[in-house]
Design a protein around this ligand. Structure first.
Ligand SMILES: [Zn+2]
Length: 289
């Protein structure tokens, strides 16, 4: 399908392209079906087998095809006859697989992404920080997976906390990590998601891998910040499936602010990464915002 968009969309929020497709498909409630979106765009989804990997390597002998967890997990192929295919590696968790497919749909609908083939890494949650093209496809893919208007309405119907992110993750069939990012980046109230990871060093054992803040969160906690209060992190590692509620002083997150945030923590799978959701107590919100 050839899609036409005004040049005014250049440099705009690329989620507009996903919203247009969602409207065309008349999809108004989650979970959004990735096959329906791909069908609508005339894109075939193919699972990769070893045979297919071999034939791809034959076609692109100089490309890298790393099969380890940090490697490529999906790509969009645009054939010269106009046919488009999304290739997906087997064995991904369903939420991760859905985001990968939607991400590739993003490359397909963003007009200035042109006729390139895209190899997209499973680390593309962090890659957007560095790569504009990937960021754009990620934004568009996230809009397919968790359309903002319905997502914010659902988020506001739940009490703030990681339990809400879990419910939304189930409702939208998205990974916890992607849902947490969506939650913090769209929530109308002040909150922040930090994903922290072990450094392997006894001194400063935990640092911030990345952070996402709602527009009303009063400060920015940067990547690389040392987390000096690690009790909630250790609890999360000890009981991985459990949400651990607590409180954390802003000063233990490198801030000069003399406030304590309410915090939930939960381990993200067996990766060693821990998700933290912070938000100010209502009394502070009333005083500060
Ligand atoms: Zn990509």
């Amino acid at each position: 399908m050839t899609r036409h968009f005004s040049e005014d969309h250049w440099n705009s929020d690329t989620s507009v392209f996903a919203r247009q497709v969602l409207e065309e498909c008349r999809l108004t409630a989650p979970p959004i079906c990735e096959r329906m979106i791909a069908d609508h765009l005339g894109i075939e989804i193919k699972a990769v087998s070893q045979e297919l990997v071999d034939s791809y390597m034959e076609a692109y002998p100089h490309s890298k095809f790393p099969m380890h967890p940090d490697g490529v997990c999906a790509w969009l192929q645009k054939r010269s006859n106009g046919q488009q295919l999304i290739w997906v590696l087997p064995g991904m968790f369903p939420g991760r697989r859905r985001l990968s497919i939607f991400h590739e749909c993003g490359h397909a609908v963003i007009p200035w992404h042109g006729n390139l083939d895209y190899l997209c890494s499973s680390t593309d949650i962090e890659a957007p920080i560095y790569h504009r093209i990937e960021r754009e496809a990620f934004e568009c893919g996230i809009e397919f997976l968790m359309p903002q208007q319905m997502f914010v309405k659902d988020a506001l119907s739940l009490s703030m906390g990681i339990h809400a992110i879990k419910q939304l993750s189930n409702r939208y069939q998205a990974s916890m990590e992607a849902t947490a990012i969506r939650y913090a980046s769209t929530h109308p109230y002040p909150c922040a998601v930090l994903v922290v990871k072990p450094t392997g060093y006894l001194r400063d054992p935990v640092t911030v891998s990345y952070s996402v803040h709602s527009s009303r969160f009063p400060e920015r906690i940067r990547r690389g910040t040392v987390v000096s209060d690690v009790r909630l992190i250790y609890q999360a590692w000890a009981q991985p499936q459990v949400v651990h509620p607590g409180e954390v002083l802003a000063s233990t997150l490198g801030s000069s602010a003399k406030v304590a945030y309410i915090v939930d923590s939960m381990a993200l799978g067996a990766s060693g990464k821990v998700l933290l959701l912070l938000w100010p107590p209502v009394s502070i919100q009333q005083g500060v915002f």
